[in-house]
Design a protein around this ligand. Sequence first.
Ligand code: PLP
Length: 443
Amino acid sequence: MAPVIYPTTNFTATEQLCLERGEGIYVFDSDGRKYIEGLAGLWCTSLGYSNTEVMDAITEQLHKLPFSHTFGGKTHQPIQDLADKLAAMVPVEDAYIFFGNSGSDANDTHYKMLRYYFNAIGKPEKRKIITRERGYHGVTVAAGSLTSLPANLAHFDAPLEALSILRADSPHYYTARQGNETEAQFVERILQNLEDQILAEDPDTIAAMIVEPITGASGVIVPPDGYYEGLQALLRKYGILIWADEVICGFGRTGADFGCTTMGITPDLMTFAKQLSSAYFPISASVIPGWMYEAMVDQTNEVGVFGHGYTYSGHPAACAAALKTLEIYERDNLFEHAAEVGSYLQTQLREIFTDHPLVGEVRGKGLIAALELVSNKTTGASFDKGRAGATAQRLCQDNGLILRAVAGNAVALCPPLIITREEVDDMLTRLKTAIDASYEELK
Ligand code: PLP
């Protein structure tokens, strides 16, 4: 084996799938086997695997200007065009945008900008960030600490205390409800817990709360009705900013432009990556409102610079990839397409799997969904150590469908946005075969 340290991988596992090429929603392995990429890579290849327009935009830019940094007085046209375009799309007032390379670094940027901003306005004590149990926000030091999944925290000894991170309840009714609690009672209880926590910590010490509108890696959790309405009212009441991590939800995934639109969230800050460029070139964006930017201007002058930036911030080829991707979303009405095909996917999933003996819950919105696999459909009891998730993932792959086991025993679907109804049918046929076989194997 080549001396690669593979990310998010069990080093004792020897099975590997070596992919060679892609076409539409399909990828092919080195033996020529064809698979539906049912997770769009890692929730990112929105335009599928053979969009030559994006490839051409990247190569044209590489031929023109393959690199320029954007530190201290340098700029180029693609970064300006992209910022203008994105600012016009997002539901953030008078948006300003910092570009990076990954969802993780974009969240780290926000983490730092929040401190920078509150220092600038003379409130240095307002620095704690609330995240949620089961949230996923990346793996760098700050973003990795905002992540609450055990595998991402264990053994890394992240300096959690120093980072001033608070954890609130996960809004997953199916796995976190108590007794016969209704959805409304569940929402009331976890929001009350949050309010108690805010008061105990002192609201003047809390800068923001980060949320994925619909979560991804933690199992595609769609919070119950009323949750975000109540959450926002609470955060506004205590002057805590709302930070939407749209790294997965952004750009059509949930059947609208942003997850915030689907879930009725009015964010102050937003984080983007992945579908911003259909993952053809790494790029991320940290979006803040104009009033936050304006407040930081004098402070940058005091030290001489805003001392945060990556060599590849606003890489010209990345900006060209993102610009072309956003142009295609608009021109081809891909958000509307995702809403239409997504609604079909959600209906079909429920029809096929709601009564399946291995499936405890079917959940999702638009073109993102998950099946919760349970050992007891009545009690919702789970399998040990993600055994069902791993089995289903393997059997899906054997049936030419790449999906991902998440949060142990859930399997997530998140196909490229360009998927058609016929391809959804094909994907679900393969999924049904795999889930039936998983049931037999796990019995
Ligand atoms: N935020 C969310 C919601 C994510 O799902 C991810 C990655 O899956 C990240 C942040 C981190 O992005 P990256 O892997 O590009 O660092």
